[in-house]
Design a binder for this molecule. Structure first.
Ligand SMILES: [Mg+2]
Length: 202
């Protein structure tokens, strides 16, 4: 069986930007703590608790996480869309006989909700991991490739010895992704099946 292919979730397979920004706005409204949406947007892809740490003292983060998730589970359905080519990218991996694995900083419950809502199915899901934790998952899987939208995703792939494929559907440019180690940068996952076919069997 060929080695698995890993995919990030937010802004790689799904466009969750509106749901995330709206949920942070609700957290700000509920707590009275101002949260700058543009700053949140510039960091999309990090763990929820790490983003909240920019706005709340450590002791208030657990309650802010609960408030966020209450809003997110309600807003995710109406405000999340599947990114072009996502289903086809996962299908291309499966057609080659490999597993399509989703590796995300999202909490498991919201990750599953997001995949289901988008009509996407992962062969395996690793949730609540970011940066070097993603690298550890990729290395453990001996993944051939990791597809993501952030410099941290590219660094994780490089660290794990996987091909780093960047997509510019998130908050970062192709230049940002190449600087972090991307082997290839795609404007859209719609271009992934052709790239995946060209990677060849190891
Ligand atoms: Mg992402």
């Amino acid at each position: 069986m060929p080695p698995p292919a890993g995919f990030d979730l937010d802004m790689t397979l799904i466009d969750s930007r509106r749901a995330i920004i709206a949920s942070f706005a609700r957290v700000a409204a509920d707590t009275g703590v101002p949260i700058d949406a543009a700053a949140v947007d510039s960091r999309l892809g990090i763990k929820l608790e790490d983003e909240l740490a920019f706005w709340f003292p450590a002791g208030q983060i657990p309650s802010a996480m609960r408030i966020y998730r209450e809003h997110y589970v309600r807003l995710a359905g109406p405000l999340t869309t599947v990114l072009p080519g996502a289903a086809e990218a996962l299908a291309a991996v499966r057609a080659a006989g490999a597993r399509a694995v989703v590796i995300t900083a999202k909490y498991e419950t919201t990750a599953r909700l997001s995949l289901d809502g988008a009509g996407l199915a992962a062969d395996q899901l690793f949730a609540d991991v970011h940066g070097p934790q993603k690298a550890a998952v990729l290395a453990g899987l001996r993944a051939a490739v990791y597809v993501g939208d952030t410099p941290a995703d590219m660094a994780a792939a490089v660290q794990a010895g996987a091909r780093a494929v960047g997509v510019t559907t998130g908050s970062f440019t192709g230049r940002d992704l190449v600087a972090a180690g991307a082997d290839r940068v795609l404007a859209s996952l719609a271009d992934f099946p052709a790239l995946y076919a060209s990677l060849g069997r190891p």
